[in-house]
Design a protein around this ligand. Structure first.
Ligand SMILES: Cc1cc2nc3c(=O)[nH]c(=O)nc-3n(C[C@H](O)[C@H](O)[C@H](O)COP(=O)(O)OP(=O)(O)OC[C@H]3O[C@@H](n4cnc5c(N)ncnc54)[C@H](O)[C@@H]3O)c2cc1C
Length: 428
């Protein structure tokens, strides 16, 4: 029987495409360490791998299995820069700081590809990213974006596409133009989780699955993480639970909101298919963004549905097939073999959240749908911080993310209303 994540809806194609997943034992007994990490997605596993390689004694626990949250189930698109376009960062923070944030994200991309390359982790990397306008009035923004990237951010891999080129590269004429980025690509997310865990374990990190933290206390210069069958005492703690933390730690919960996002996988389209002949990943200009790509074996992996505050994945197949049919009428009856989802951790300004929430306890998450490369890099930056250099993590800490309004009880309904308004705007 194929494994099903107990915390994320639906059975993913990624799960079926990897064979047996390595199993890590649950914690049974007490431990002491230099660093304890709570959460075994990219953020936590990457931090564990880098810390262990530095010779730090590290214990990582996850409530379920590594990758059961967002990291093993996402759209696999690396993207470029931060979630916000570089020119938006410039408008918010000025050119120098926007460049620093953009360069940091570029380093995140390089780091990820070097990390997998040097550790023999095969992540099915396929190059190319198309970003496309679903309304004609957005096309000029994409044109300006390509120019700004080259002129002000020294990034020359983005080129503008007119409507004809867009149609040819997509195999669909439903978009009006966009950009093509040859400096990034897409990956198999669960393979990255499994490979990073292996590197961490081989470097000496102690990794435990099925071990929920039931509490985190910082007192007298030590941190104590409790679990059902043991306690971990450490000098420092990284909270890396992102959208899945529930009430574990209130400051993180007030700043990071879970939003359901859903993906459908079709049967392989076959070599004759005209869909995405160049193999690029795609994201569009909708606020409720549609993101899709072909897997290495030629399936269309199509993400396009977000649910704000509602958890009902039963109709993933129906919604995803309808959205595929809008773009590719020939595929309107295509068989969807898998439909699954997960929770994206978003922040109010859709920028990452990193904060010392208690003495010696740092929480990181809220990558707002742009976490594949960023979360892995934040793990590395946390390891740098433990070794005494906090400068680069500070760049993200200094974003000063505000809490969601409405308190814990009202924030979800308020956001539900706001986001549905934007979703409506996508259609007019
Ligand atoms: C459907 C979907 C599509 C996405 N597509 C993209 C994309 O194409 N590109 C992109 O850049 N980003 C994408 N994202 C976002 C990206 O996946 C995340 O930003 C990234 O995986 C976050 O990693 P993380 O380690 O911070 O969190 P997670 O991977 O969510 O890990 C958190 C972990 O914490 C554990 N945990 C929770 N509570 C406890 C506890 N009390 N004790 C112990 N452990 C606990 C959970 O079990 C979980 O394993 C997508 C996300 C989703 C859901």
């Amino acid at each position: 029987m194929a494994y099903q994540s107990p915390i994320s809806p639906g059975h993913s194609w990624y799960e079926d495409s990897i064979g047996e997943r390595p199993v890590y034992a649950a914690l049974d007994g007490d431990k002491t360490a230099d660093v304890v990490i709570v959460g075994g997605g990219y953020t936590g596993l990457s931090a564990a791998a880098h810390l262990a390689r530095m010779g730090t004694d590290v214990v990582l626990i996850d409530a379920h299995r590594f990758g059961d949250g967002a990291s093993g189930r996402n759209g696999g698109q690396l993207g470029t820069g931060q979630r916000a376009w570089a020119e938006e960062l410039e408008a918010d923070y000025g050119l120098a700081r926007a460049r620093a944030l953009f360069d940091l994200a570029e380093e995140a991309k390089t780091h990820l590809l070097e990390f997998v390359g040097s550790n023999g982790i095969d992540i099915d990397y396929i190059p190319g990213q198309l970003s496309v306008a679903h309304k004609r009035r957005y096309v000029d923004d994409y044109k300006a974006h390509a120019e700004i990237m080259a002129e002000r951010f020294n990034y020359s891999h983005v080129a503008f596409m007119d409507a004809a080129e867009t149609a040819e590269r997509l195999g669909s004429n439903r978009y009006f133009g966009g950009t093509r980025d040859t400096g990034t690509g897409h990956i198999h997310p669960l393979k990255l989780v499994i490979g990073t865990a292996r590197v961490a374990a081989q470097a000496g990190a102690q990794l435990f699955e099925n071990t929920p933290s039931t509490g985190i206390i910082s007192a007298g210069g030590k941190v104590r993480v409790t679990t059902p069958k043991g306690t971990v005492k450490a000098d420092k703690c990284l909270i890396a639970v992102n959208a899945y933390g529930g009430d574990l730690e209130p400051v993180s919960a007030a700043h990071i909101m879970p939003i359901g996002s859903f993906i459908g996988a079709t049967v392989p389209l076959g070599s004759e298919s005209t869909v995405l002949p160049g193999g690029e990943a795609v994201d569009d200009s909708r606020f409720v963004v549609r993101y899709f790509r072909k897997s290495k074996d030629g399936r269309l992996l199509f993400g396009g549905r977000e649910i704000y505050g509602v958890n009902d994945p039963r109709d993933i197949h129906i919604h995803i097939r309808r959205q595929i049919g809008e773009l590719y009428p020939a595929l309107k009856d295509i068989e969807i073999t898998h439909g699954w989802g997960g929770y994206v951790g978003i922040t109010l300004p859709r920028k990452p959240f990193v904060r010392e929430v208690m003495p010696n306890v740092i929480s990181a998450g809220g990558y707002s749908g742009h976490g594949v490369m960023l979360s892995n890099f934040v793990g590395k930056l946390y390891a740098e911080t433990v070794s005494g250099n906090r400068d680069r993590l500070k760049l993200i800490e200094d974003l000063k993310i505000p809490a969601f309004p409405g308190g814990r009880r009202l924030r979800a309904p308020l956001l539900f209303l706001a986001l549905n308004w934007y979703a409506l705007r996508d259609r007019i």
